[in-house]
Ligand binder design. Structure first.
Ligand SMILES: [Mn+2]
Length: 269
């Protein structure tokens, strides 16, 4: 039995399928974790969502998808509380006959997933966790947001996505000296002075857990004992990454999906 984690797919369905083929995933025994942002920017958000929903039915708890900012944007557009952004590629997913079922499935995904693999504790989350948070804090904050997202308050939650916990789970990258989230999304080496990545701000959240995250494509693949950052820039035409947690074996697939030209030119997400 293996436990695999895969980075941000962004609708790059063909690349995902090629990577899965190389992983030789056993859907009857293995575990598969997705760091979120299944959709948008790439060409095949609809196919990616259908694949995920089907796999969820087959694998049950062994398949985990946490919500990313682009997943929330799709839900918000479906509910009519967000408008189209210039680089959205969500049209097919929004217009599909099964869009209501797919969005309903997506709305029931968690923001954070805690698990144990080969004697080590892991936390799966799209962007990050607030410094100082323990497992109980993150779980409580996540469950509160998940209840809202599934219920009648979803629209108000999605209209103003500025709640601290929601920002942490789905958008956070760097914090300033006062612990405020900064919207810098470029490479770590070029970051403005005074900013630090959330995972290096003390006191580190869930210090005894390895965080499995995505979201920060410019950070690239970054593997440390306490952090597996898996967004390797699928959305720019770079690659998609999978890692097997038991032995940290890394597999990468160069993007074979045809991406809109505008994605390649811009690194801002
Ligand atoms: Mn993201």
């Amino acid at each position: 039995m293996a436990t695999w984690a895969i980075g941000d797919v962004h609708g790059c369905f063909r690349t995902l399928q090629a990577l899965l083929g190389r992983m030789e995933l056993d859907v009857r025994a293995d575990r598969l974790w997705m760091v979120g942002d299944l959709v948008n920017r790439g060409p095949c958000s609809l196919e990616t969502l259908r694949w995920a929903r089907t796999l969820d039915a087959e694998m049950g708890d062994r398949f985990q998808v946490v919500l990313g900012n682009h997943d929330l944007h799709l839900i918000a557009r479906h509910l009519g509380v967000a408008s189209k952004k210039p680089r959205d590629t969500l049209k097919k997913a929004l217009k599909a006959a099964d869009a209501p079922e797919l969005v309903d499935w997506l709305r029931r995904r968690p923001f954070v997933h805690f698990d144990r693999v080969a004697g080590r504790d892991y936390v799966l989350v799209h962007a990050g966790l607030r410094p100082g948070w323990f497992r109980e804090d993150a779980t409580k904050a996540a469950r509160r947001l998940e209840r809202k997202l599934r219920g009648p308050k979803a629209k108000s939650l999605l209209r103003r996505r500025n709640k601290k916990s929601l920002v942490a789970f789905t958008r956070m990258r760097m914090l300033d000296g006062k612990g405020r989230t900064h919207d810098y999304s470029g490479p770590l080496e070029e970051a403005p002075q005074g900013l630090r990545p959330w995972f290096d701000v003390a006191p580190r959240s869930c210090p005894d857990h390895t965080a499995v995250v995505g979201h920060w494509a410019a950070l690239g693949l970054r593997l440390r004992p306490d952090l597996l950052a898996l967004d390797s820039g699928c959305v720019w035409g770079a690659g998609l990454t999978a890692i097997r947690l038991e032995d940290r074996r890394v597999l990468q697939k160069k993007v074979i999906d045809r991406l809109p030209e505008t994605n390649r030119a811009s690194r801002s997400l």
